[in-house]
Design a protein around this ligand. Structure first.
Ligand code: SF4
Length: 64
C-alpha cells in the first residue's frame, strides 16, 4: 500500500494526475486535486507513482 501526500497550494489544476490515474486522483469543483483513495492498493501503486511524476508543479508526493 502507498499513500499520496498533496500540497493543495501548489496544485494548478492541470489534471495530468487525473488523466494518468483516474482511479486515484480527481479534481474538485475549484479545480484542485483530490485523492480518491486514502491508501492506494499495490495493484495501483505503479500507476499512482507515474501520475505523481506527471505533475508539472510537484504537488504530489508518494509515501509508504
Ligand atoms: S497534475 Fe499536479 S497540478 Fe495538475 S491537477 Fe494533478 S496535482 Fe494538480
Amino acid at each position: 500500500m502507498v499513500h499520496i501526500d498533496v500540497d493543495e497550494g501548489r496544485c494548478d489544476g492541470f489534471g495530468f494526475c487525473e488523466q494518468a490515474a483516474p482511479e486515484v486522483f480527481g479534481l474538485d469543483d475549484d479545480g484542485v486535486v483530490t485523492v480518491l483513495l486514502d491508501d492506494i492498493p499495490d495493484a495501483l501503486a505503479e500507476k499512482a507513482e507515474a501520475a505523481t511524476r506527471a505533475c508539472p508543479v510537484a504537488a504530489l508526493r508518494i509515501g509508504r
